[in-house]
Design a protein around this ligand. Sequence first.
Ligand SMILES: [Zn+2]
Length: 166
Amino acid sequence: MTKIEDSTECSKCGSLIDTSKDTYSERVPCQKCGSISRSHMVHIVENLLAVDGYGAIGKRPGKKKPFVEEMSMPEYSYSKGKIVHKYRLIDRDNDKYAEKVSDYQSGEIIHQCEEPLTEHFGHGSAKHKIYKEKKYKIFDNHRLHSGPANGAGPVSRNVSVGIKEK
Ligand SMILES: [Zn+2]
């Protein structure tokens, strides 16, 4: 689910600007400082729903690390663009690591690996990302020059727009 929020603020003082009163050729100056220079804020939030699965951990008294960890749960696949099923087993007793990612609908195996646990640690396992946030700031130093006094002729515009990713 992607949510996009946007707002406009004064480039000079940062006050929120109500752009609904603008006309095509004229901007309503900032109520605080009178500037017509603006910054448009676009805020894109992508939320991924976390769905239940199961996770099991086996521990022995006095030991910090579980001797076995097993999980089976939905995970978002960026390459597939949808929720997929992920199974993972970490078996420290038997030095075994197993991972299987499959498609819920078709059962197709997207990724599978089984190897000694000691070897798997070299991979630098990918971080589980369920929240992604991007912020963009679009600078718009949009200066309006008034047209000829009689109102004839085009209104000249000098527009510079830049996008900066925070
Ligand atoms: Zn202002």
